[in-house]
Structure formats: C-alpha cells, structure tokens
Design a binder for this molecule. Structure first.
Ligand code: BGC
Length: 269
C-alpha cells in the first residue's frame, strides 16, 4: 500500500474500539505514527491490543489515556505527543458516546455528559491541534497542509433523532464548529472536515444489530441494505487526512450507505 501519510503523526481520540480503532489502524497502515487515545484506565487493555496489532504489522503506535472533556488532560496529551514524536499533523476527533433518554426525562447530568465529551472534547482537541499547526506551519516533506483535522460527526448532524436530543445537539454543534474553524484557518493551510457515519456496526449501536429482527428493521433506513463497517469510515479518514483531498475544506463527507437520502420517500410522498 502506498504510504500517503508517511512522516506524519496522528492523534486518534477514542481509538480503543469501533470507528476510532479502525481509523488508527488505517492511518498507521498509510504510514502515520499514531497515538491511540483511550478515556479511562479500564480501556487500556483494548487500546494496547490496537497498538499491538499496529506494531506487529511493522507500523508505529502508542496508547495514551486522556479524558477529552478535561482541558488539562488534553493539553498534556498534545504536549507529550509533541515531546515524543516532534509534532502533530493529523487529529481524528473521534471520541464520542450516547446516553439516550426521552427528552422530558433527560437529566442535566446526561445532557452535560454527552455535550462535554462529544462537543467540548472536540473543541479542546482541535484547539491544541491548531495551536501546534500554526506554530509549525507547512512542511512540504510532510504534507501540503500545515495540519488536518477530521471531526467524527454523524448523520444526526442533519437527521433529528427522537430520544437522543443530547447526542443530536452535539453532532449539530460539531457541524458548525467544524465549518467555522475551517473558515477561520483555511488561509493558514489547515484543513478541517467532518465524516458523518451512518449506522456502523460497533458497540455504540449494538441494540440496532444484535438480532436479525433488529438488523432487518435498521436496514429499512439504509438504501444500500447493509450495515456499515468501521473500515468504511477509516478509508474516508485516510483520504481526508492525505494530500489527495488537498482542496477539500470545511465539508462533511457522509459515509452512510444513503441513510440521508430519506429512504421513506421511495414509495411515499
Ligand atoms: C449513532 C448510532 C446510529 C447511527 C445511525 C450514529 O451516530 O451513534 O447509534 O446507529 O448514528 O442512526
């Protein structure tokens, strides 16, 4: 495989499982040295498994614990990464979670928790990344860009989702944060884009695919009639992180098997 991300350093948040894990493996295979971030000590074994898979394939990775909603921890993760690898070229702003509830029963705690990880976490990591990109500037040996950020959004940045107001609000927030900072720093050759995954088969949505009845129900929402795989997202992330997408900035790439095509209108309306 062509090493499109050779000599580059990437931090992938929430990389101990699911989409983050696949992105870490994909970017490492494309030549980047990757920081496999995980949130709490209990996730260390999983993060270390991801690191082992990457290093045994001859690529470079370390695991790193950091709760992305904590400012001091995020600053330390960037400082330590820069001390170890020299700089940061790519941030995959991936860490995210769901705490679902009917709106009228949603506690302030649940609301704040989801917003603090999904949205504030992306703000804190993007801010540290951009600070480093500005300090270093463009180094043509690494990339045409001074740095790249890929925000993991969701089809729910545009599709309302009953029972998930905190999650949908966080993803809608990511959309305009991403576009705003892309507008703010494009002139510095910093590229910031989002990926909006549809239903990807990971632990976060296990309830939607764990039985064939659930899966059949889910597939009604997906014109391609298959559930996505984490690798579908990783391939898009590698492209957005590489110079192949050098003229792509401030956009959301939907990787959703057509979920945002309003499939209910195929035989209605
Ligand atoms: C959610 C999943 C859901 C998918 C499609 C994602 O952002 O995390 O739980 O299956 O959107 O609705």
């Amino acid at each position: 495989m062509e090493k499109k991300l050779e000599n580059q350093v990437a931090i992938i948040t929430g990389a101990s499982s699911g989409i983050g894990e696949a992105c870490a493996k994909g970017l490492a295979e494309a030549g980047a040295s990757v920081v496999v971030n995980y949130p709490v000590p209990a996730a260390k074994p999983m993060a270390d498994d991801v690191v082992n898979a990457i290093t045994s394939a001859g690529n470079t990775a370390i695991s790193y614990q950091c709760d992305v909603s904590k400012e001091d921890e995020v600053i330390k993760m960037f400082t330590d990464t820069i001390a170890k690898f020299g700089t940061v070229d790519i941030l995959i702003n991936n860490a995210g979670l769901q705490r679902d509830s009917p709106f009228v029963d949603m506690s302030l705690e649940k609301w704040n928790y989801v917003l603090s990880v999904n949205l504030t976490g992306q703000f804190l990591c993007a801010r540290e990344a951009i600070r480093e990109f500005l300090k270093r500037g463009v180094d043509e040996k690494r990339s045409k860009a001074a740095g790249k950020i890929i925000c993991m959004s969701s089809v729910h940045e545009v599709i309302p989702w009953a029972g998930h107001a905190n999650y949908a609000a966080s993803k809608g927030g990511i959309m305009l944060m991403m576009k705003t900072i892309a507008q703010e720093y494009a002139f510095k050759k910093i590229r910031i884009n989002s990926i909006a995954p549809g239903a990807i088969q990971t632990p976060i949505n296990k309830d939607a695919w764990d039985t064939s009845a659930h899966l059949q129900n889910l597939l009604k929402l997906i014109p391609e009639k298959r559930i996505g795989q984490p690798e579908d997202i990783a391939k898009a992330a590698v492209w957005l992180a590489s110079d192949d997408s050098d003229y792509v900035n401030g956009t959301t790439l939907f990787v959703d098997g057509g979920m945002t095509l309003y499939p209910g209108f195929v035989d209605n309306g």
